[in-house]
Design a protein around this ligand. Structure first.
Ligand code: IPM
Ligand code: MG
Length: 357
């Protein structure tokens, strides 16, 4: 097969980790007879430096004309003082919106070889941790109406409105239920229906969708309780579906529980097969350019791309198995290093994984 991939290397460690992910993808292409064609485009801080905009129109056009998009990371202290709509993060929100990527899939899984990195007591994680957060990605407070104003008394007020329409809840709920059917058939829908109207609508719609999936075990859970349950008994979760802001927060919490933020990939999907794939970690400006970053989350993001956008399950399995093999052989980047293992650089990690394909 031939596939066109738009590549957004981004800022900080972005270029390093994407280079390693493409190394692995090229190896997959060679081994399985696919041709992956890459087009580099700018987004985030590097785009601001060159064009003055975090998301140039050309980037959106190239992404829309591609079969999928691979993203490293955006942002850094250099651009932190810019106004909200000119920051690198605005580019990320903009591309999600422009490509209509409403479903963000974030798996959090305890990898046996990295068990030691989990910050929870062993008695809490003895039943494992293997969940997926399905986060609504283009609605809610991140895309609602914003306002900052000063009134006649000099009082400054800022607001962000969290709005959801029924169809937005319905389509993300379906993604979660379909995913649960391929996993352990369990969905927790997270909301704050004891306080928020948008959550009450969320609950009404998710219940309607749940009725169409009688084979899937379904429950509501409040977001504050979810935060608590994630550290109390994470094994109870299979698929968690939630709105944008809650999903942003809970996915960081869940990833921390795995002990290895540098390991977690993500997929952002819309109605079609075009998706955007990126590690969930940030641009780590403190170690940028030092060949120290962990490229595994980006490599695993490529595996998700193969699985979800290209329907190449065997190829995706091959990448995941290669990563497992390299970890089982004791190779570690600094962020996941522990006693008795072998410390490798970002590019060495890419070489090791590519060699196992
Ligand atoms: C994420 C990030 C982004 C988000 C930021 C950088 C805009 O935290 O992907 O989780 O909040 O969606
Ligand atoms: Mg986040």
């Amino acid at each position: 097969m031939e596939k066109k991939i738009a590549v957004i290397k981004g800022d900080g460690i972005g270029p390093e980790i994407v280079t390693e992910a493409l190394k692995v993808l090229d190896k997959v292409g060679e081994k399985y007879g696919h041709k992956f064609e890459y087009t580099d485009v700018l987004m985030g801080g590097c785009a601001i430096d060159v064009t003055g905009e975090p998301l140039p129109k050309e980037t959106v056009d190239v992404c829309l004309a591609s079969d999928s998009v691979l993203l490293g990371a955006v942002g850094g202290p250099k651009w932190d003082t810019l106004p909200g709509d000119k920051r690198p993060e605005a580019g990320l929100l903009g591309i999600r919106g422009a490509l209509k990527l409403f479903a963000n899939i974030r798996p959090a899984k305890l990898i046996p070889a990295l068990k030691g990195a989990c910050p929870l007591k062993e008695e809490i994680t003895e039943n494992g941790l293997d969940l997926v957060i399905v986060r609504e990605l283009i609605g809610g407070a991140y895309f609602g109406k914003r306002d900052t104003h000063v009134d006649e008394n000099g009082v400054k007020t800022a607001s962000d409105s969290m709005a959801y329409s029924d169809y937005e809840v319905e389509r993300i709920a379906r993604v979660a239920f379909d995913m649960a059917r391929k996993r352990r058939s369990k969905v927790h829908s997270v909301d704050k229906a004891n306080v928020l109207d948008s959550s009450r609508l969320w609950r009404e719609v998710t219940h309607k969708v749940a009725a169409e999936y009688p084979d899937v075990e379904f429950s509501d859970i409040l977001v504050d309780n979810t935060a608590m349950q994630l550290v109390h008994n994470p094994a109870q979760f299979d698929v968690i579906v939630t709105e944008n802001l809650f999903g942003d927060i809970l996915s960081d919490e869940a990833s921390m529980i795995t002990g290895s933020l540098g390991m977690i990939p993500s997929a952002s999907l819309g109605e079609g097969t075009l998706g955007l794939y990126e590690p969930i970690h940030g641009s780590a400006p403190d170690i940028a350019g030092q060949n120290k970053a962990n490229p595994i989350a980006t490599i695993l993001s490529v595996a998700m791309m193969l699985r979800y956008s290209f329907d190449m399950a065997a190829e995706a399995d091959a990448i995941e198995a290669a990563v497992d093999k390299v970890l089982n052989n004791g190779y570690r980047t600094g962020d996941i290093m522990s006693e008795g293992n072998k410390l490798v650089s970002c590019s060495e990690m890419g070489d090791l994984v590519a060699a196992e394909i």
